[in-house]
Design a protein around this ligand. Structure first.
Ligand SMILES: [Fe+2]
Length: 141
């Protein structure tokens, strides 16, 4: 996704400035997602099998960060949507089909993150705490 807007930005023309602004927003936002949402999502298969170990607690810092900063992430989605709208406006009256498809894909992806991925990442961390707490309680003398 970033590749597409970076290409638009580098091509110049009427959409370059709007594409650059969107690229900057996406770059920062994607970095946060890779850092804080991806690790807890990666735990899901093991959590679903109940296969956990205390070493997995290292990922709690990521899911905790996401839980505490969810409002910021959602606000960034709104800023990204506004920048995308600006980009589409800059491309009027005849936006290229690739841009329209990109816009739909990006908005659908944001919605999926808000409704599934972010909650799943947070729940993964909270569930890990429960499982590790139960194991510790069972292991206690
Ligand atoms: Fe996102």
């Amino acid at each position: 996704m970033l590749q597409f807007v970076n290409r638009l930005a580098s091509e110049g023309g009427g959409t370059a400035d709007a594409a650059s602004r969107l690229a900057r927003l996406l770059e920062t936002h994607f970095h946060k997602e890779e850092t804080f949402a991806a690790p807890p999502l990666g735990m899901l298969p093991r959590l679903a099998r109940g296969s956990v170990n205390p070493g997995m607690a290292a990922d709690l810092v990521h899911s905790d960060w996401l839980r505490q900063n969810i409002d910021t992430m959602l606000a960034e989605h709104r800023m990204i949507a506004a920048a995308l709208e600006e980009l589409l406006r800059a491309a009027m009256p005849a936006p290229q089909a690739e841009l329209v498809t990109f816009a739909e894909t990006l908005l659908n992806h944001s919605r999926l993150e808000e409704e599934v991925f972010y909650p799943a990442a947070i729940v993964a961390g909270e569930y890990l705490k429960v499982l590790l707490g139960e194991r510790a309680a069972l292991a206690a003398p």
